[in-house]
Design a protein around this ligand. Sequence first.
Ligand SMILES: Nc1nc2c(c(=O)[nH]1)N[C@H]1C(S)=C(S)[C@@H](COP(=O)(O)OP(=O)(O)OC[C@H]3O[C@@H](n4cnc5c(=O)[nH]c(N)nc54)[C@H](O)[C@@H]3O)O[C@H]1N2
Ligand SMILES: Nc1nc2c(c(=O)[nH]1)N[C@H]1C(S)=C(S)[C@@H](COP(=O)(O)OP(=O)(O)OC[C@H]3O[C@@H](n4cnc5c(=O)[nH]c(N)nc54)[C@H](O)[C@@H]3O)O[C@H]1N2
Ligand SMILES: [Mo]
Length: 764
Amino acid sequence: MKAYTSAHWGIREVFDAGGGELRLENFAGDPDPTPIGLDQHGDRVEGVRVRRPSVRRSWLEKGPGASPELRGRDPFVEVEWDEALDLVAAELQRVRDVHGNEAIFGGSYGWSSAGRFHHAQSQVHRFLNSIGGYVRHLNSYSLGAARVMMSRIIAPMESLMANHTSWDVMAQNTRLFVAFGGVPWKNAQISAGGIARHRVRPGLKALREAGIRIVNIGPVGDNLEADGVEWIRLRPNTDTALMLAIAWTLVDEGLADRAFLERYCVGFDRFEAYVMGRSDGQPRDPQWAESITGVPAATIAALARDMAATRTMVNMAWSLQRASHGEQPCWMLVTLAAMLGQIGLPGGGFGFGYGATNSLGSDERLLSGPTLPQGANPVSAFIPVARIADMLLQPGGSFAYDGGVHTYPDIRMVYWAGGNPYHHHQDLNRLVKAWEKPETIVVHEQYWTATAKRADIVLPATISMERDDIGYSTREGHLVAMKRVKAPLAEARDDYDIFADLAGRLGAPGYTEGLTSREWLQRLYEESRGKMAGHGVSLPDFETFWKTDLIDLGEHSRPVVMLEEFRNDPAANPLATPSGRIEIFSETIEGFGLDDCPGHAAWLEPHEWLGQVQPGDTRLHLISDQPQRRLHSQLDAASHSLEGKVAGREPVYLNPQDAAARGIADGDIVELSNERGRCLAGVILSEDIMPGVARLATGAWYDPDPDTGLEKHGNPNVLTLDVGTSSFAQGSVAQTCLVEVSGPVRDAPQVTAFDPPPFVVRGS
Ligand SMILES: Nc1nc2c(c(=O)[nH]1)N[C@H]1C(S)=C(S)[C@@H](COP(=O)(O)OP(=O)(O)OC[C@H]3O[C@@H](n4cnc5c(=O)[nH]c(N)nc54)[C@H](O)[C@@H]3O)O[C@H]1N2
Ligand SMILES: Nc1nc2c(c(=O)[nH]1)N[C@H]1C(S)=C(S)[C@@H](COP(=O)(O)OP(=O)(O)OC[C@H]3O[C@@H](n4cnc5c(=O)[nH]c(N)nc54)[C@H](O)[C@@H]3O)O[C@H]1N2
Ligand SMILES: [Mo]
């Protein structure tokens, strides 16, 4: 073996394959490794790399703001690095002089690469801070609603995520595991920062071996792979209604744990009045919930009794809050678990994302690893991350967020490194219009993604294997010397070196602090080593670490029970909420006076859902979940992702009943459409998706036909809705979407997503 490398999907061993080629193999210590990324090299993927600095022709010839409608169509001109860096530096200078730093959007959301130092998003933030700041984003697409809600009512998501009850504790103590949205091992292939040991499939297997009953609730049946799982089919976006009816039954039958609610919570009486219908005459009983969710009332009532009768873990997927009123399932999950009274007991209470990434339920020790300091940002303007198109379209407009009202800044320049908004954002046709507003868009990319193709200046970035880095992820139990194993492709450079040269041109020595990449690795490692020593973990010095290649922190494992200290002594260990307890009713949120987020969990109708589909209306609810064969849009051109396509398009899963009604067969190409856009996809028929619902994973590279606007490859974000979850958290609502499905489509146009953009020589 030559060295280790690490990615969000796992640690890899790198071997020489002869003839200058490399071969990647799974880390030998991983009990359940994933195939993602093993094929990340080779001509097919390298053919999509950005090779040289490239400038959009109109921008190069006519300057900032030239023909913004040609972004994505204009050819590029390749230029020398010095010229590209001079152009970027001069443009940053111009925008700062004329409009100030608050005209630069540097939010730069995205997952970029694992590795603690060459983390593109941290680097771009640090760089922009060193030249006077930038407009930032708050929260994530992952947990837009949850982050704002959970910290108001129980605890910040960071601390909840890091302290989920571990799989070993559940195997020993849980009797009933109820999952809203499954425990998809496909998603647990990933952990931000890398993985030594994939634990979700082994964890689920252990639950079954321990005889634990598993109930999965949702529109999709194959997202909890274990023997004997009971699947309750539920209409998308209606989980809150179902949980309310469980709550109603618990109250009605005297099964709610009044002692727990009294001691550890505030405001149950307000919620109780709502759920029982005392406040508005509408009891949220199982009959009521049946009409909304499609789940039989008797099933709901029986489940409520079973949950109260035994040690129950209630889990919810993150996808539930990536939907219209996504705050409500978060609040309802906590409310329901509180009523069951098992929060803080081994194997009871709630989970929020078992399976969403590998780290949830880990028993590896909680230690903070090496982190690149980002510096201070003097600019105060921000957006909730998913409000980017609103910001660009409405400069000076106002938006509500977490109880406040704020103003959208007037953005002239967008700087992105390590993310792909033409993958992650909703309603891409709207983003296309918003994207015409800035005068200049600079993107650092490894690949010719749809975002790179729509930039004015594209700077080629190295991939992890082309640079030295340190791999570490909280609760994943490893520290990896990620060594450079190949030379950068063509003229690709590290993001750090690009920013260092720009900082030099702009007179901002604070960015590098005079250190080389290697010196930074050493500094970050030594700082982290000091912190770990404080937690009783002794690490070797940097030189020894670099020679050792990999440090396994696994010997420090120990079982975790979420919120155990709080339960044991709520006075000594209060929560960071105003009351120090779980807020089933929140005076604070009620005080914000928002129609779309009242003072307790409630059922609020989604913007689009099956409840609006009347007889004769043929629309289906579209779920666009995370892809099994890649991380978002990353490595979509690699063979593992391509092998999953149907007729060269992203697969759309349809129930055979819905397909038959439309004359569609397995393997057909179909068109999905609504008033926002149209795309093609390849059909897989499956009984694991309930009638009325379609599933098209996110991440197929965006590939619109320039003449017809038809997206040819299967990117669901031409269909999804671009509004906030509510005026409280403003998260993304990707899972709230109705579509028509029609077909079969004959003579479908070819997919061109993986073609690099056109190039011309200067002046031609
Ligand atoms: N419809 C729908 N949309 C969704 C979701 C959904 O469920 N449904 N999920 C949402 C969620 S939860 C998320 S987190 C987002 C994810 O959205 P993103 O994080 O934006 O998606 P990625 O494809 O991971 O994009 C990362 C980009 O960084 C680039 N990159 C990697 N390493 C480096 C580096 O070292 N330097 C530079 N300069 N670039 C690098 C990669 O090539 C890639 O283009 O998508 C969101 N969008
Ligand atoms: N392989 C792979 N793994 C990933 C990622 C990836 O791109 N690829 N992305 C990572 C990231 S950034 C994140 S944030 C996490 C996301 O983790 P999640 O948000 O939990 O992931 P999803 O796959 O969108 O949804 C999980 C399940 O919820 C179901 N579901 C959707 N809507 C509803 C609903 O209304 N009710 C119910 N009950 N179920 C519903 C979906 O069908 C799906 O099976 O995944 C991470 N893991
Ligand atoms: Mo995410």
